[in-house]
Design a protein around this ligand. Structure first.
Ligand SMILES: Nc1ncnc2c1ncn2[C@@H]1O[C@H](COP(=O)(O)OP(=O)(O)O)[C@@H](O)[C@H]1O
Ligand SMILES: [Mg+2]
Length: 222
């Protein structure tokens, strides 16, 4: 299964989500996972480097790929249960090539106007890619949400805008929590820094809601 974490907004939490979902799949689901870093900023590659230098953490493989990567992804998919692609923040060739083979495209957005403004363009890109890849599912996921009760309306409004473009929005969200930032530093997931914590539960809920949308969700892991 190929999961692409994409979108064109920097700082929305793409790399953070890709990394945490990778650990969920590898450590909790016991799946074989390859992270594909398409971002020239190498955020995920640096995280993997920090991670794999700590022998107490289960290792995760990562490669960097740029440009027309469709065929590379198709052949890599044969060797892993999951490919998790971190596409960086631009509408580029690697993003579109990944969308042409992805099973699920997950697009994180903060419930903020500048993030929400990217929804029409993302819908455009998604519908183009869906013509060559009709099996693709796509979802927006709200990230870094404010936890104050009087801000809940903003989250709901942002979800409504996404839905008005006909794209699924996950019920599961992430709230703004320092543990996301703190865990990244040492190549960890929030699931490893605080296994019973609220952030870990957010990641599990996001991953499970996404997997449940896949037509063949009884994955047998090698
Ligand atoms: N739910 C969250 N709460 C608080 N900080 C977050 C959350 N999600 C991501 N971040 C932080 O936001 C910053 C940008 O995230 P990142 O994943 O690098 O964004 P992107 O890859 O989309 O540019 C990072 O410092 C990350 O730790
Ligand atoms: Mg990133």
């Amino acid at each position: 299964m190929i999961i692409l974490i994409g979108g064109e907004k920097g700082g929305s939490g793409k790399s953070c989500l890709a990394q945490n979902i990778a650990v969920y799949l590898a450590s909790i689901k016991k799946a074989s996972v390859l992270m594909v870093d398409c971002d020239p900023q190498r955020t995920t590659s640096d995280w993997i480097q920090a991670r794999n230098s700590d022998e107490s953490l289960p290792q995760i493989n990562c490669i960097q790929l740029y440009g027309k990567i469709r065929n590379d992804l198709i052949s890599l998919e044969r060797n892993y249960d999951f490919l998790l692609i971190d596409c960086g923040g631009q509408d580029n060739l690697a993003l579109r090539a990944s969308m042409s083979v992805a099973d699920h495209v997950l697009i994180p957005l903060r419930p903020k106007r500048r993030d929400i403004k990217t929804v029409p363009h993302m819908e455009d890109v998604l519908s183009t890619c869906k013509m060559v890849n009709p099996k693709m599912n796509a979802s927006f996921v709200m990230t870094q949400c404010p936890s104050l009760p009087n801000q809940a309306g903003r989250i709901l409004e942002a979800k409504e805008v996404c839905k008005s473009y006909g794209i699924n929005v996950l019920d599961a969200i992430t709230y703004s929590r320092n543990i996301y930032d703190d865990s990244e530093e040492d190549g960890k997931s929030v699931l490893e820094l605080d296994p019973q914590g609220k952030a870990g539960n957010e990641i599990i809920a996001i991953a499970e809601e996404m997997l449940a949308m896949q037509p063949d969700n009884n994955y047998e892991f090698s």
